[in-house]
Design a protein around this ligand. Structure first.
Ligand code: GTP
Ligand code: MG
Length: 260
């Protein structure tokens, strides 16, 4: 599941990742899961727009964001068919290119419900794309990491956090920030040093940063550029590791968890 904010590079990565997988002998189905996509940078094998289009909801009077949310909710009535189409390919991997409008997947029930119906009992991993532009500033890093953590909690899937468009990272970020990001307290120190935030905003950001470390959430983030095949191969390796991890990595049952 490739997930991330608008323009973070999901569709481009769908194409590049499928090429890398295929070059290593795996078969891949590419699924466009964005009912509002106007065109895609690859040719989807399966396309939710064959079932639901956000445009139809706009014609009923909704704005673009409400239309997308409603379209994702409406997919629940069609997701079995989407799954059947995917199954017909009998492929080793399915790459699902999700919409950049993250609301259904970060804050609502519709997105996780539809994805669970799509995934069924298969193993799945969410790859969350964080645009490299967020890594210029510690406050921005905290914003994107908290969004990534929201998606993680919502979807209940193992998640790999990727810095996308890594070719655009500043050299000082590559040399000085990324190697230290996982160090306990690093973001809090960086926030204090940057002096961009003050008062209540600084206190809140510090608390969020601390929570991310305490939850062990800032493990490894992996820089990926679609211009650098080696980085896409490395991501493929991580995806394989997670999927080979077995039962622990199956999508968990939200209802069971709430009961316990
Ligand atoms: N420099 C650079 N640009 C990239 C990379 N990956 C994608 N882009 C560019 O980023 C822009 C957005 O890429 P998309 O793949 O359409 O992003 P998306 O996440 O699918 O966008 P939405 O579906 O609209 O949310 C395009 O102009 C891409 O060419 C990358 O690794 N490096
Ligand atoms: Mg896209």
């Amino acid at each position: 599941m490739l997930v991330g904010p608008a323009g973070s590079g999901k569709s481009t990565l769908t194409r590049q990742l499928s090429l890398v997988m295929e070059s290593q002998g795996a078969s891949v189905v590419k699924v466009n899961f964005d009912p509002a996509a106007e065109n895609t940078v690859y040719d989807p094998d399966v396309d939710v727009r064959d079932y639901v289009r956000a445009q139809d909801f706009m014609e009923k009077g909704l704005g673009p964001n409400g239309a997308l949310v409603s379209a994702i909710d409406a997919l629940i009535g069609h997701v079995d068919k989407v799954r059947e189409e995917v199954d017909e390919f009998r492929a080793d991997y399915t790459i699902v290119d999700l919409p950049g409008q993250l609301e259904p997947f970060a804050y609502r029930v519709g997105g996780p419900l539809v994805l669970r119906a799509l995934i069924q009992d298969d193993k799945a991993v969410a790859v969350f794309l964080m645009d490299s532009v967020f890594f210029d500033d510690p406050a921005d890093m905290i914003s994107i990491l908290t969004l990534a953590s929201s998606v993680n909690v919502r979807l209940g899937l193992p998640q790999i956090n990727v810095i996308s468009k890594a070719d655009l990272l500043k050299p000082e970020v590559v040399d000085e920030v990324l190697p230290r990001l996982h160090e306990e307290g690093y973001l809090e120190d960086a926030l204090r040093d940057s002096r961009r935030l003050k008062g209540q905003q600084l206190a809140l950001s510090m608390s969020l940063a601390r929570a991310l470390y305490e939850a062990g959430y800032i493990g490894s983030v992996i820089p990926v550029s679609t211009y650098d095949q080696a980085s896409v191969k490395e991501l493929y390796g991580m995806i394989q590791n997670v999927l080979e991890g077995g039962e622990d990595y199956r999508i968990y049952d939200i209802d069971e968890d709430q009961e316990s």
